[in-house]
Design a protein around this ligand. Structure first.
Ligand code: PLP
Length: 445
């Protein structure tokens, strides 16, 4: 066995080595071309090898690559904070920079608890969340994640935070349809608050569109309005985990803008550095910062590389690129085009049970029997098979969980760079069909 870094899934020896990326494509050492239909991990939002970002990082590195945030600030960090505040809705004006989505949600958890403590309320320490969710891999973030598979090994170390059902209309736990359902899944939050006591709850956290745990599950209209009202009525902060959905992945800068809901705290990551640099942020609204600024004045968190100038310069250049090229204006029309094409693919392959999502964060859920929505036996490892077959045929897909436990079903996310062209979408669809034909052959269907 040759030495390797320990992040390759199952240390798969056949993993191709990528040589370079350009736009929507990656190229491996053997010259094989891959259409990146997942932006890596829903991260490379503006595609690969964009010269403007590379230049901005180069210019920053010529000046300074690192300053310690407890002693200095930098032009890049200041400008990024200012531009973020201008780009985000409402009074989301205070950015705390970190290095990963997990750190961003974990910091959101800490800020929510600190907010109540600064107001003299010490008992509000729980964060409620939903099943079929993923908020990150560190222990605080994992505590908030309703993802049994990722929690399993560490359960003794985790808080029992996830409490309510997801807005998973394809598998509605109440077997009803929106809006006639009366948003029973959202109203579970009221029941949970009564049971636990609002005095003990600092915040509720949710991914606007459920990503890794559910395969791009988008809620029905009216869902988040109901959730936000319940939070407000019960003195509970609302944290939007926009690590996957933020930075225009679904069209607007925040997915929550689709529903005119302004969160109290937002976690950003992935598309923020767009894969060019590790950077994420917890963005806090004025009204949440107020008691902190009147009180201890410091956020009780931070990392050595928080607000790293090199990463801030990359994120700033990404924001500028989105703006200069008006990338977000076209997300909706590209989404409609891609979704229609995926619906056509669904009609040809009976194992596609559902096509869903928002903007360019779309998902396919696979089922053995479409009429009864019965999933494949997990021993088939269908998601793994689809992703692997796709890679062999030159298309990169993002594996996701599915099912009401986020474990017993199969799904993939299709989330190409926002810069994808219509011609490339057509190519994506053709590669997807080839992949599915091959998967059918393997399954003997
Ligand atoms: N939150 C959401 C919604 C995510 O999708 C992810 C990662 O997939 C995270 C948090 C964790 O981000 P990271 O992997 O950068 O730690």
């Amino acid at each position: 066995m040759r030495p390797s870094y320990l992040i390759k899934p199952a240390l798969d020896e056949s993993y191709p080595e990528i040589d370079y990326g350009k736009g929507t494509y990656l190229f491996d050492k053997d010259g094989k071309k891959y259409l990146d239909a997942a932006s890596g991990a829903v991260t490379a939002n503006i595609g690969h090898g964009v010269p403007e970002i590379i230049l901005a990082m180069h210019e920053q590195s010529k000046r300074v690559s690192f300053v310690y945030r407890s002693q200095f600030t930098s032009e890049a960090a200041e400008k990024l904070a200012e531009k973020l505040s201008d780009s985000l809705p409402g009074d989301l004006n205070w950015s705390f920079f970190v290095n990963s989505g997990s750190e961003a949600t974990e910091t959101a958890l800490k800020i929510a608890i600190q907010y109540w403590q600064e107001k003299g309320v010490k008992s509000k320490t729980k964060i409620l969340s939903r099943w079929v969710s993923y908020h990150g891999i560190t222990l605080g973030a994992l505590s908030m994640s309703g993802h049994p598979g990722r929690r399993a090994r560490f359960v003794p170390l985790l808080e029992e935070f996830p409490t309510i059902s997801p807005p998973y209309c394809y598998r509605c736990p109440y077997q009803k349809s929106a809006p006639d359902c009366g948003y029973l899944c959202a109203k579970e939050l009221e029941g949970a608050i009564k049971r636990i006591g609002a005095d003990h709850i600092a915040a509720f956290i949710a991914e606007p569109v459920i990503g890794a745990a559910g395969g791009a599950i988008s809620p029905p209209e009216g869902y988040y309005e109901t959730i936000k009202k319940i939070c407000d009525d019960n003195n509970i902060l609302f944290i939007a985990d926009e690590v996957m959905t933020g930075f225009g992945r679904t069209g607007p800068m925040l997915a929550m803008e689709h529903w005119n809901v302004i969160p109290d705290i937002v976690a950003l990551g992935k598309g923020m550095g767009a894969g060019y640099a590790p950077i994420a942020a917890t963005v806090v609204s004025d009204h949440v910062m107020e008691p902190i600024l009147k009180g201890s004045k410091v956020i009780m968190s931070g990392h050595t590389l928080s607000a790293n100038p090199q990463s801030c310069a990359a994120a700033l250049a990404v924001l500028q690129y989105l703006e200069d090229n008006q990338i977000l204006n076209d997300v909706e029309s590209k989404s409609v085009y891609l979704k229609n094409r995926l619906d056509q693919v669904k009609n040809k392959f009976s194992f596609i049970g559902d096509v869903r999502g928002k903007g360019l964060l779309l998902g396919l859920e696979f089922v053995k029997l479409p009429a009864s929505k019965i999933p494949f036996d997990q021993s088939v490892k269908l998601t793994e098979l689809v992703v692997k077959t796709g890679r062999e045929h030159g298309i990169l897909l993002y594996p996701a969980g599915a099912g009401l436990d986020g474990l017993s079903g199969d799904a993939v996310i299709i989330a190409p760079p926002l810069t994808i062209t219509k011609r490339e979408i057509d190519e994506l669809i053709a590669l997807l069909k080839t992949t599915f034909i091959e998967v059918y052959k393997t399954l003997g269907l």
